[in-house]
Each structure stands twice: as structure tokens, then as C-alpha cells.
Ligand binder design. Structure first.
Ligand SMILES: Cc1cc2nc3c(=O)[nH]c(=O)nc-3n(C[C@H](O)[C@H](O)[C@H](O)COP(=O)(O)OP(=O)(O)OC[C@H]3O[C@@H](n4cnc5c(N)ncnc54)[C@H](O)[C@@H]3O)c2cc1C
Length: 386
């Protein structure tokens, strides 16, 4: 099979990429992509492109610091949730075993419920459900589909520690996913054309007959197939007249370059913050990377103030005033679409595409959150239908 890939950006990777940042003088990932060991398509893909050894596996201990109550704890999932229910694991401070029964509530949920409707009144909402929902679905719990979160729990926490471990790249996602994937494609004769936006398509007899890119036009013949692997709003522009989700949520990342001796002040690889602007801090070899999901509200606030506030939170956490050397902000305004029951229904019902085309992309796998796993699975399914 001859494969040609047309990418509008000048570089590969889309929403999961790394780049050299002049300001901080380091190569950074656009975001902190956390992958659970339950993600079998991700693991298979890494094997296929020969990058498994570039990954590190972190044990499922989620360290949290609550700014309002000034307390910290370790949410240790290293033996699955049953250990909580039998009292064999330390609980979140000031909670009782009973509070963890909300974990069972998410087992059977309807397609139309939001996470908040199911577990909004749980005592562990603020310390467990909210950070989990934001981290996994980049959508506020009152909007996020309970069904999708339930599917994630069934693949991870409900199955035990083996499925809750965390994959992170030893260096960055460029080395673990993008570079090896591009090498594999090229080695197999695939062509990749960058800076080549697909502007328009011509459809004749319910088949795409011509593709109009910024740099060239392609006439398709009878045996050609097209896979549109682009976000829903971009697809709507090409196909016209489709009902697909058009609301997105931002993920904000602040990358702080700090001195090597200051990195040692952080004991854990990943820390979750509660009752703060910062949601997660990823401790890298030469910088700290802060993630804020569902961050549309932060797009219009003063950047200097935002940096100051986030840095203040980090210093409060380590109980020491230190200085960062430089900072870079990456705002991914269309990180994922708003994964609400309504939007997911739109994707589920969407079928009206020309006969010689397929769609791929994380958003097409409506039973899963918009993740690397979903995007890899979507590509696999698209190829299998050719
Ligand atoms: C900041 C951030 C943090 C994230 N965190 C996580 C995480 O922790 N765990 C996880 O699993 N996932 C995470 N994700 C989601 C993950 O990155 C995505 O699910 C995945 O990268 C989607 O891949 P994709 O190929 O489906 O889409 P994309 O990466 O969006 O690829 C689509 C490509 O199509 C190109 N394109 C669009 N329109 C056109 C056109 N008309 N013509 C030509 N090219 C076009 C785009 O430039 C883009 O490169 C995160 C995403 C972001 C942004």
C-alpha cells in the first residue's frame, strides 16, 4: 500500500510534540502526556515503532498537596482500589471508608449522566473525582461524561495496579513517539508532506474525487482511499453541513527552568495540587512542568500575574522561596473537545462521510477520553477497514 501523509503544520506530532525552546534553552513537550499501563494500543504501537525502551514506568502513587487545608497525602493505587475498601491502604486525610463507595457508583452509569451527577456529593469529590476527571478528560465534572470516565476506571483502577502504572518518556515525547513513528513510516516508503493544509475537497457521486492542498492538487482514482485524521471542526469545514462538537478546552502548561540543585527539592516525579491554580507538577530532569486542564478561563488573564501566582504555589509546596531561571507558557486552546454526553452523542451519530473516506483521530473513539490511546486505536481501525 502506498501511503502519503499531508500535515498542515511544519513539524510532525500535532497535539503531542516536543520542541526546542529558545527562552528556556531546553527541549520541552507541549504538554505532559500521562499514559496508563492499561493502554494496550499505545504499548503495541511503541513496540511496532521500536520505542518501548525510551519509556519509563512509574508506580501508581499520586502525591497530593491541598493548599486550603495545608496537608499532603499519597493516593497509593499500587494494589488497586479493593485495598482501600478493606482498609489496608492509607485513606485521603479526613475521609472514611464509606466515602470510597462512590468508586462503585461509577460502575453502571447512563450515557447521559455527567460525572458530577453521579459523584458530585461524595466527600472525596474535591480530592479525587475532580482531579481525576480534569486530568483524564480535560472537562469539568459537571459537563464530563460519566460513561467515559467509567470506561477508564474499568480499564485501570478497577483492574488493579498492573493497569494503573504510569508511562512517561525518559527524554521527551519526540524521542518516544514522534521521531520513531516518522522513521518507521519513511522506512516503509510512506511520504510525508509538511506545511500542506487540506483546504477543500471535491465530492462526486458520494466519493472524494479531488483534494486541494495549499501546495498541490490531487485527483483520486477508483482505488484510492482518504483518511481524515483531523479535529472535528476542521473536518466540518471540509465536509460542510455536519453536526460535530465545536467547543474545546484549553490545557495550559508552564515550563519553569530551574537550577539542578533545586530539582532535588522535589521528592516525587508528579505532584497533584488541590485548591490552587496549578493542578499537576511534573518534575523533569532540568525543569518543572505545570499543567492546568480545563483552562479556558486562564486564556484572558495577565500572563505575568499567572506566572507569579503559579510560582508562588510551587514555593509554598516546597516551603522554600526559590527562583526559576526562565519560563515558557504553552497554551493549547484546542487541547480536546468538551467531552460532554451531548458532544459524545454528536460524534456517535456522525456517519455521513463520502464512501472512499474514513475518519480517525482521538475524538472519533467516543467510548474513550481524547488521548494518545484513542488516537492510536482510531488509526488502527481506519487502516483495518481499507
Ligand atoms: C497539552 C495537552 C496535554 C495532553 N495530555 C494528555 C495525556 O496526559 N494523556 C494522553 O493520552 N493524551 C493527552 N493529550 C491528548 C493527546 O495529545 C491527543 O489525544 C493526541 O495527540 C491526538 O492525536 P490525533 O492524531 O488524534 O490528533 P492531532 O494530534 O490533533 O493531529 C491532527 C493533525 O492534523 C493536522 N491538521 C488539521 N487540519 C488539517 C488540514 N485541514 N490539513 C492538513 N493537516 C491538518 C494538525 O496540524 C495535526 O497535526 C493531551 C493533549 C494536549 C494538547
Amino acid at each position: 500500500m502506498n501511503v502519503e501523509i499531508y500535515e498542515s503544520a511544519k513539524y510532525p506530532g500535532g497535539r503531542c510534540r516536543s520542541f526546542y525552546d529558545k527562552k528556556t534553552n531546553i527541549e520541552i513537550d507541549n504538554g505532559n502526556h500521562l499514559v496508563f499501563s492499561a493502554n494496550k494500543y499505545f504499548k503495541n504501537f511503541c513496540e511496532l515503532i521500536g520505542s518501548s525502551k525510551t519509556l519509563k514506568e512509574i508506580s501508581p502513587n499520586f502525591f497530593f498537596f491541598d493548599f486550603e487545608r495545608n496537608i499532603e497525602w499519597n493516593l497509593d493505587l499500587s494494589s488497586g482500589y479493593t485495598k482501600f475498601l478493606t482498609g489496608k491502604k492509607k485513606l485521603i486525610p479526613n475521609t472514611k471508608l464509606f466515602d470510597y463507595l462512590s468508586l462503585l457508583k461509577l460502575f453502571f452509569v447512563s450515557r447521559n449522566s455527567s460525572v458530577f451527577e453521579i459523584v458530585g456529593n461524595s466527600k472525596i469529590f474535591k480530592t479525587f473525582w475532580e482531579p481525576l476527571t480534569l486530568g483524564v478528560m480535560n472537562t469539568a465534572p459537571h459537563l464530563a461524561s460519566a460513561k467515559v470516565l467509567s470506561n477508564v476506571l474499568k480499564e485501570t483502577i478497577y483492574r488493579g495496579e498492573k493497569f494503573c502504572r504510569i508511562f512517561q518518556p525518559k527524554i521527551n515525547w519526540n524521542e518516544s513517539l514522534i521521531k520513531p513513528a516518522v522513521t518507521k513510516i519513511k522506512k516503509n516508503g510512506g511520504l510525508i508532506s509538511y506545511g500542506n493544509l487540506l483546504k477543500k475537497i471535491k465530492v462526486s457521486n458520494n466519493n472524494v474525487s479531488e483534494l486541494f492542498f495549499v501546495k498541490k492538487k490531487i485527483k483520486l482514482n477508483k482505488h484510492d482511499r482518504v483518511i481524515f485524521s483531523i479535529p472535528p471542526t476542521n473536518l466540518s469545514k471540509l465536509l460542510g453541513n455536519c453536526s460535530l462538537p465545536n467547543q474545546y478546552n484549553t490545557i495550559l502548561n508552564l515550563h519553569f527552568k530551574i537550577k539542578p540543585e533545586d530539582i532535588a527539592l522535589f521528592q516525587q516525579p508528579i505532584v497533584g495540587f488541590i485548591n490552587s491554580i496549578t493542578q499537576w507538577v511534573f518534575i523533569k530532569s532540568n525543569h518543572l512542568s505545570v499543567t492546568v486542564s480545563n483552562a479556558n478561563d486562564l486564556n484572558s488573564i495577565d500572563t505575568e500575574q499567572l506566572i507569579m501566582n503559579v510560582w508562588g504555589e510551587i514555593c509554598k509546596y516546597i516551603k522554600k522561596k526559590i527562583k526559576y531561571e526562565n519560563v515558557q507558557i504553552v497554551r493549547e486552546k484546542k487541547a480536546t473537545y468538551v467531552q460532554s454526553p451531548n458532544n459524545i452523542n454528536l460524534v456517535k451519530k456522525f456517519k455521513n462521510i463520502p464512501e472512499n473516506t474514513m475518519i480517525a483521530g482521538d475524538w472519533t473513539q467516543y467510548n474513550l477520553p481524547c488521548t494518545i490511546e484513542a488516537s492510536i486505536l482510531s488509526g488502527k481501525k481506519a487502516i483495518e477497514t481499507i
